[in-house]
Design a protein around this ligand. Structure first.
Ligand code: PLP
Length: 421
């Protein structure tokens, strides 16, 4: 309560803005994940790896737009691509060269993606991938995992969200092969596909056991069930995504977030025989339209980003910086008098106030959520901007100063809280 009153007192303009917004937007926003009780801070501008609020406070941006903000807010190479796009006109209504260039860049990096189609968000991409798996297989059921987030399909809590498209879902436990295999076997004649994040991002940066992914790959391959990797968030962790790191090739992959250079983006791609079904020259082709699927800004800035900024080498470097930071944070957390740990891979991590290995959301049941909230408010008060649920993402403009600044505030939190308990 004390932390919340200080938050209220420091952000009067955001509070006023929230009240205005709540008249026309339910809850005062259009993105559930950005709502933050008692009210979200309104951001007025951003530059580099910092965001500035309506009340004039500047924060180091560790939310990083839930991984879409990889390039930060003002990368000069991306700005140049934006300017070129602006000068050449941006609602053309025809194929553009950058559409092929972005597709080629992605297909070259992901051996499992022979062909690809673009969409406007990761949500669309996953829904298209699921739908195409159903059309191609002629089967209905879709296996998803507890704690998964695929945009339009999410399974936080006990159920698949009531807003989810009406697929016939089977919900399996993440990283638990025995139970998953039993569910797969029980449904084997009706399965269109299995969709999985190789690390659950929004679920809390919960890393998949590579052996679990391999078992899933072997089972689905042996029975001709389409395996989809949702790499909307995890594709940033290496040049060819986590599938490249693990050496596992799914049948289809969904992408999104940073690949559009900060503009709306989603993509789904995979095996040539599946993607070929979208070819309009076929009598039985699957139609897939979308006014903004090849929008000039996303395509142009996406190409500049992948070809000139986030090369596979840059991805490897960011991932090792993230690993070093997570290890350091875990060292600090191990000195706390309360349970605290950071899970994740590379530039994506999540704090959990619980003990023991976190292999699925089932392991988070005993987490101290009020303490996680206190941690959040403490960080915000000291000029850091993580996600309310404890996610931290690195961005390219971050230097050593921002990273050591974060470790300092985390160390202070651990010391002060430990002294109280
Ligand atoms: N898939 C995963 C794994 C995600 O984390 C997200 C968004 O956070 C999505 C899909 C949906 O992407 P978008 O928010 O662009 O619709």
């Amino acid at each position: 309560d004390e932390a919340k009153s200080r938050y209220r007192a420091s952000n009067p303009k955001s509070w006023a803005q929230h009240q205005k917004a709540a008249r026309v937007l339910p809850g005062g926003n259009t993105r559930t994940v950005l709502f933050s009780d008692p009210f979200p801070i309104t951001l007025a501008s951003a530059e580099g790896c910092r965001v500035t609020s309506l009340d004039g406070q500047t924060y180091t941006d560790f939310l990083g737009e839930f991984t879409a903000g990889l390039y930060g807010h003002s990368d000069p190479i991306l700005k140049q691509a934006m300017m070129l796009a602006m000068e050449s006109g941006w609602v053309r209504g025809g194929h553009i060269e950058q559409e092929e260039q972005l597709a080629s860049l992605i297909c070259n990096r992901f051996p499992s993606i022979a062909q690809i189609r673009f969409a406007n968000s990761g949500t669309e991409a996953t829904l298209y991938a699921l739908s195409s798996a159903r059309v191609v297989s002629g089967k209905n059921k879709v296996v998803v995992f507890e704690g998964a987030y695929h945009g339009g399909v999410f399974t936080f809590g006990a159920q698949v969200s009531p807003l989810t498209a009406p697929f016939d879902f089977v919900r399996a436990p993440y990283n638990n092969w025995e139970e998953t295999e039993a569910l797969l076997n029980a449904n084997k004649d009706d399965l269109a596909c299995v969709i999985i994040e190789p690390m659950q991002g929004s679920g809390g940066c919960i890393v998949a056991d590579p052996d679990f992914l391999r078992a899933l790959r072997d089972w689905t391959k042996a029975r001709g069930v389409i395996l989809i990797f949702d790499e909307v968030q995890t594709s940033r962790l290496a040049g060819g995504g986590l599938q490249g790191v693990y050496g596992i090739e799914p049948d289809m992959t969904t992408l999104g977030k940073y690949i559009g250079g900060g503009f709306s983006f989603g993509a789904f791609g995979g095996r040539a025989d599946i993607m070929e079904r979208f070819n309009p020259l076929r009598p039985d082709y699957i139609a897939h339209a979308g006014t903004f699927n090849n929008n000039v800004f996303t395509m142009s800035v996406g190409v500049a980003g992948l070809s000139k900024v986030y090369t596979p080498e840059a991805a490897a470097a960011l991932t090792s910086r993230g690993d070093a930071l997570r290890n350091r944070l875990n060292e600090i957390a191990s000195n706390a008098s309360f349970p605290m740990q950071f899970t994740g891979i590379g530039s994506m991590m999540n704090v959990h106030m619980c003990e023991g290995p976190v292999r699925s959301i089932r392991d988070l049941v005993g987490s101290n959520l009020p303490l996680r909230d206190l941690f959040y408010f403490d960080l915000v008060e000291q000029g850091y901007w993580p996600a309310r649920r404890g996610m931290f993402n690195l961005s390219l403009p971050m230097g050593d100063a921002e990273i050591s600044g974060l470790t300092d505030v985390v160390a202070r939190f651990v010391r002060d809280r430990s002294a109280l308990t």
